[in-house]
Design a protein around this ligand. Structure first.
Ligand code: DGJ
Length: 725
C-alpha cells in the first residue's frame, strides 16, 4: 500500500510488516524519514530535523552547504555540498560536474513496469511510486521508482536518469539505492569469498569511516557479493534488526556503508562507478538496475524467508519454477576433458538403472577441445570424441529414459579457435596491447550486435540439432582489457554494462525460443550467483567445491539470501577433488539435498556400496523436494560459528511437516546427546518423527529442544522428518 499525504508532503510505503517513509523538506529536498516496523500513517516529518541547525536553505541560505551535508537524502548527489557518498555524478561537456536534485512530482500506479533489457522483479498484486527529481541547471531528470507487493515484505527500487538538456552529458556514477539511518550502531554483514569458498557470512562493526563490498571484475564475483546488510548488535537468526540490500545485477557493483560525522549511516548500492561512464545524448535515458531492500525486526531468518519468497514468486520465471528438477549426473568431475560417446553412454546406463534422470555433458565436446586451451567460440561437435555426432549420443541417452543436457561457455573465445582466426577483433582488447589471457581464453566483445548474433545462432543451432533439455551456461574468467574497436572513445566506459546487457539479451532470447529448457547459470563455480541471473535461470551452480563440509558454509551463506531450490548441489567422489577430504556418501547426499540435487562422479567407478545407495538417495530427493523447494528455511546452527556442527530446517508453509538436517562435523568424545532448539514448528501441534513412534509437541521442539543422539565419527549426518499428526 502506498500513500501520499499532501498536507505533510509525506510518502509512506507499507509492506506486510514494514513501513518506508520519505518526506519533502523546504519544498524541494526529498529526505528519508523512516524504515522499520509497520506504522499507522502519521506526520513523521519532524524526523527530518529541519528545525535544528543547520536550517533549511530557504531560511538560511548562507548555511546551505551544512544543510546539504547533513540532510538524510533519499537519493544523494554530489558536487554542491553533500560530501558523503553520492549516488549520482554527471560530467557535462564543459568537463564540470555537480548536481542538486529537487523534487518535481510523483505518481502512484498499480503494477510495476519491467526494466528494458534488465532483470526485474515482476508479478501481480503490486503498487509503484515514481518520484521525479530534477536539476534544471544540469538538464537532468531522475525518476526514483519504488514497488511493494501485497504478499511480500520487500521493497524494490530502481532509478532512471534522463538528459533533458540540449547537450550530451556523461553519467559517471548512477547507483540504484540509498538508505539513511541514524538510530543505532550497526554491524555490517556481507558475503565475501573466493573460488571454491564462495559467499561466507562475515560480520563486523563499523566504528567509523566506510565499509565496502564491491566487484570490478565484470561479474558479481567469487570474491564479493552484491549484498550488504546493517544489523543491530543483538541480531541473531530470530531477533534483532536487519536492513538488507541486494542488487539485481550480475556485473560490477558497489555496496558501501558510510558512518558520518553525526554517527548516521548512509548505505548505497549500484553499478560500480569504476571505469563506468555512459554518454547520454539529449533526450536519452539510462535505466539503472533494481535493488531489493528488506527490513526485518525478527533477525536474519525473517530476512532470508522474505528474500526466498520474493525470488521464488516474483523473480524466477522458468517453467521449472514450481517443478522438481530432474536428478542429473554431470560428467565434469567424472572425466574432465577425457570422455567420448562410449564413456558417456556407460555413465548414462548405470545412472538410468539407479533412477538418475538426466545426463549433462560438460566442457570438452566441441571444436578440438582436449583441455581448456582451445576452441571456445567453435560450437561444433568434436567428432573425435563424439563419433556419430550429438544427435546419436542424445538419442541413445533418451533411449535409456534419461534427459540430456549440455555445457556452453558462450561469452568467451580461445585464441586457438577458428573464430579467433577469422575475427581476432571480436575479443575485448586495448589498442596496442596484447590482452591478458585467463584460463587461456579471451572475452568476446558482446557490445557488438554481430558478435551477439553469432553467439546466439551457435547455441540455437546446437539446441535444434538434438533433444537437449538443459543448458549449463558457464563463464570462466573475469573481464579485463575492456576495449572495443566498435565504440568511439567517449563511449568505451559503457562496455562493462553493455556486456551485461548483451548477456541478459542472449539468455532472454534463449529462454524465449526454448521455453521448456532448464537453464543453469555457472561461473567458474559460483562467481555469478546473483539475483540478476535468477531472472533467467531457476538454478545456479553454487561452487566448484563439492566437499560436503566446505559446502556447509557456502550453502549457509548462499541460503542466507537465495531459495534452496536455486542452489546447484552435487554429490561428488572422495577424496574430494578440491579439499582431498573423505566424507561419508550419506552426508554428501544430505548436504546436496538442500539444493538442486545431482551427481558429479564416475558412477561406473565408485565403490559398489556407494553405488547401491544411489537409488535410495534419488527416492529421498523425490520424497522431500517439494518441501525443500517450496518450504520456509530456518537456520538452526552454524558450523561457521561453532566449528563443530551445522543444522537447518525446512518447514512447509502450513507447518505440516518439517525436515531437519544435522551434520556433526567434528566428533566430540564423552558428550551426551546434543540439545538443539528447532524452528519452523506450529507450537500448538503434535508431530511424529518419521520412522519412529516418537511424538513431540511443536512447543517442546521450539522451546524445550530436540536431542540429537550422540554419534561417532567426523562428518556424519542425520535427517529428521517431522509430520504433524
Ligand atoms: C567451471 C564450472 O564451475 C565447472 O563445473 C565446469 O563446468 C568447468 N568450468 C568446465 O570448464
Amino acid at each position: 500500500m502506498i500513500r501520499y499525504q499532501e498536507k505533510t508532503n509525506i510518502f509512506q510505503l507499507d509492506t506486510l510488516t514494514t513501513s518506508y517513509v520519505m518526506g519533502i523538506a523546504d519544498g524541494s529536498y526529498l529526505g528519508h524519514i523512516y524504515y522499520g516496523k509497520k506504522l499507522q500513517p502519521q506526520d513523521l516529518g519532524y524526523l527530518l530535523r529541519t528545525q535544528e541547525h543547520p536550517q533549511t536553505p530557504s531560511k538560511l541560505p548562507r548555511e546551505k552547504m551544512s544543510f546539504l551535508d547533513s540532510f538524510p537524502m533519499e537519493y544523494s548527489f554530489s558536487g554542491t555540498g553533500d560530501f558523503r557518498e553520492s549516488c549520482i555524478d554527471i560530467r557535462d561537456i564543459h568537463g564540470q560536474s555537480g548536481l542538486e536534485l529537487l523534487y518535481r512530482g510523483h505518481r502512484i500506479y498499480h503494477g510495476k513496469d519491467g526494466l528494458q533489457g534488465l532483470p526485474a522483479v515482476w508479478g501481480e498484486g503490486c503498487q509503484t511510486l515514481e518520484i521525479t527529481l530534477e536539476d534544471t541547471c544540469a538538464g537532468i531528470r531522475v525518476r526514483l521508482s519504488y514497488s511493494v507487493f501485497e504478499d511480500s515484505d520487500a521493497l524494490i527500487r530502481s532509478v532512471k536518469v534522463e538528459n533533458t538538456g540540449t547537450e550530451a552529458v556523461y553519467l559517471e556514477r548512477v547507483l540504484s539505492a540509498c538508505l539513511e539511518m541514524d538510530d543505532e550502531e550497526y554491524e555490517m554483514l556481507s558475503l565475501p569469498g573466493a573460488w571454491a569458498r564462495e559467499r561466507h557470512i562475515k560480520r563486523q562493526p563499523l566504528l567509523s569511516g566506510s565499509f565496502v563490498t564491491e566487484s570490478v571484475r565484470g561479474e558479481s564475483s567469487h570474491q564479493d557479493h552484491p549484498f550488504l546488510a546493517a544489523v543491530s548488535h543483538n541480531c541473531t537468526q530470530t531477533c534483532g534488526d536487519v536492513y538488507a540490500m541486494h542488487f539485481v545485477y550480475s556485473g560490477n557493483f558497489l555496496a558501501k556503508a558510510q558512518r558520518t560525522q553525526f554517527d548516521t549511516l548512509r548505505m548505497v548500492m549500484g553499478i560500480h562507478p569504476d571505469r563506468f561512464c555512459w554518454k547520454l545524448e539529449p533526450g536519452a535515458a539510462f535505466q539503472a538496475p533494481e535493488a531489493v531492500l528488506v527490513y526485518s525486526d525478527a533477525g536474519l531468518g525473517k530476512m532470508s524467508r522474505t528474500l526466498h519468497d520474493l525470488y521464488r514468486n516474483h523473480l524466477i520465471r522458468s517453467s521449472y519454477k514450481e517443478k522438481e528438477r530432474p536428478v542429473l549426473i554431470n560428467n565434469w568431475e567424472a572425466t574432465y576433458f577425457d570422455f567420448d560417446t562410449e564413456k558417456l553412454i556407460a555413465i548414462a546406463k548405470e545412472s538410468a538403472a539407479l533412477g538418475i534422470e538426466m545426463l549433462v555433458m560438460d566442457d570438452g565436446w566441441f571444436g578440438h577441445r582436449d583441455s581448456d586451451d582451445s576452441s571456445l567460440g567453435d560450437w561444433v561437435v568434436y567428432e573425435k570424441k563424439l563419433p556419430g555426432g550429438l544427435k546419436y549420443l542424445v538419442d541413445e541417452v533418451n533411449r535409456l529414459g534419461m534427459k540430456f543436457g549440455i555445457w556452453f561457455e558462450p561469452e568467451m573465445i580461445s585464441p586457438d579457435s577458428r573464430l579467433y582466426e577469422a575475427h581476432p577483433d571480436w575479443a575485448f582488447h586495448l589498442k596496442g596491447r596484447t590482452p591478458s589471457r585467463a584460463r587461456d581464453q579471451l572475452v568476446l566483445d558482446l557490445s557488438r550486435p554481430e558478435v551477439v548474433d553469432y553467439v546466439y545462432d551457435s547455441i540455437s543451432r546446437v539446441l535444434h540439432s538434438a533433444n537437449i533439455e538443459y543448458v549449463k551456461w558457464d563463464m570462466n574468467r573475469a573481464l579485463a582489457d575492456i576495449g572495443s574497436v566498435a565504440l568511439p572513445p567517449d563511449q568505451q566506459g559503457e562496455l562493462s554494462h553493455r556486456y551485461m546487457l548483451a548477456v541478459y539479451e542472449l539468455q532472454e532470447r534463449l529462454i524465449t525460443e526454448f521455453p521448456d529448457l532448464l537453464l543453469e547459470n555457472c561461473s567458474s563455480g559460483g562467481a555469478r550467483f546473483d539475483p540478476g541471473m535468477l531472472y533467467y535461470s531457476p538454478q545456479i551452480w553454487c561452487s566448484d567445491d563439492t566437499d560436503a563440509v566446505e559446502r556447509l558454509s557456502i550453502q549457509e551463506g548462499t541460503a542466507l539470501v537465495y531459495p534452496l531450490s536455486s542452489m546447484g548441489a552435487h554429490i561428488s567422489d572422495c577424496p574430494n577433488h578440491i579439499t582431498g577430504r573423505i566424507t561419508p556418501f550419506e552426508t554428501r547426499s544430505h548436504v546436496a539435498l538442500a539444493g538442486s540435487f545431482g551427481y558429479e562422479l564416475d558412477i561406473t567407478k565408485i565403490p559398489e556400496a556407494e553405488r547401491q545407495m544411489i537409488s535410495g538417495q534419488v527416492a529421498m530427493y523425490h520424497a522431500y523436494n517439494d518441501l525443500v523447494r517450496e518450504g520456509d528455511y530456518y537456520r538452526i546452527a552454524s558450523y561457521q560459528e561453532n566449528h563443530r556442527f551445522d543444522a537447518w530446517a525446512v518447514a512447509s508453509k502450513d507447518k505440516g511437516e518439517v525436515l531437519v538436517t544435522y551434520v556433526q562435523v567434528l566428533a566430540e568424545p564423552n558428550k551426551r546427546s546434543r540439545k538443539i532448539r528447532l524452528q519452523g514448528f506450529d507450537e500448538d501441534a503434535l508431530y511424529r518423527l518419521e520412522g519412529t513412534e516418537q511424538v513431540y509437541s511443536g512447543e517442546m521442539l521450539l522451546y524445550g529442544g530436540f536431542l540429537v543422539e550422540p554419534m561417532k565419527g567426523d562428518f556424519v549426518s542425520r535427517l529428521y522428518h517431522f509430520v504433524r499428526m
